[in-house]
Design a protein around this ligand. Structure first.
Ligand code: ATP
Length: 238
């Protein structure tokens, strides 16, 4: 394992107006990890993602990517530097076809390579190949989630940020998304996954950061987390 984390977040604070949502949050993601950011509703998972992407400013602290500062960067810079964000609300272009959504998002990775192609993402999500000429707005919720992930892959990110990919989906679809995240894990793609669904996290993650009231309260590998009933009881159960 390399000494330097791919993504390092140190002591970040974030606010919505005067209301503070993150309190000195620390987070590290190393290359090849599937890091689950687990926390209750309102714990600050989405806020962490938004702050990483530059959609919300960090009022304090530092963010660095591959050893270079990222704090204060605009969202398009964060994307160019290798962060690929799949927001909770998916934000696909509903009036465009599935294929147009993918074409719009195509860009080389930070190393100039284009590992992901339209055919590659169709192989990962065959249903999108079937629906490729249809309007994205006509897809089911699960298919829209798949399209949101596929579209982000088209940007060849170094780190994939997935915000609650299982939210609101039927168990069979959640299962398919879990299989896809597991395939990323096998391929060595680095993932930061915000989730409330503990079962999903335990299945796909290599490592866990538990967030509670805007701060990290546990960091460790998934096996250490699995047996830590104290953390689960105090910070995760309702
Ligand atoms: N746009 C907003 N304006 C004001 N406060 C917000 C906004 N978005 C989130 N918050 C507040 O910030 C805190 C963290 O919310 P956040 O959405 O990051 O939590 P979360 O862990 O992602 O949970 P959820 O599953 O509900 O998205 C909460 O107290 C929430 O009410």
């Amino acid at each position: 394992m390399s000494a330097q984390p791919l993504l390092a977040v140190k002591g970040i604070d974030a606010f919505y107006g005067t209301s503070q949502a993150l309190f000195g949050l620390d987070l590290e993601v190393r290359a090849g990890q599937v890091m689950a950011l687990i926390g209750r509703n309102g714990a600050g998972k989405s806020t962490t993602m938004r702050t990483l992407m530059g959609l919300l400013p960090a009022a304090a602290g530092e963010i660095s990517l591959a050893g270079r500062p990222l704090s204060g960067a605009a969202p398009y810079i964060a994307a160019r530097r290798g962060l690929g964000y799949v927001p909770e609300d998916r934000q696909i272009f509903t009036a465009h076809t599935v294929e147009e959504n993918l074409e719009i998002a195509e860009k080389p990775g930070t190393d100039g390579r284009r590992l992901w192609t339209i055919q590659g993402v169709y192989d990962l999500f065959p249903i999108l190949r079937e629906r490729r000429h249809g309007a994205a707005g006509r897809l089911s919720g699960g298919e829209q989630q798949m399209l949101a992930i596929a579209r982000t892959l088209m940007g060849n990110p170094d780190i994939l940020l997935l915000d609650e990919p299982s939210e609101g989906l039927a168990p069979i679809i959640v299962d398919q998304i879990a299989e896809v995240v597991l395939s990323f894990r096998r391929a060595g793609l680095t993932v930061l996954l915000a989730e409330q669904n503990m079962h999903f996290c335990l299945r796909v993650a290599t490592d866990v950061t538990v967030i509670s009231k805007g701060s990290a309260v546990f960091r460790g590998d998934v096996e250490t987390f699995r047996v830590n009933d104290d953390v689960k009881r105090h910070h995760l159960t309702a």
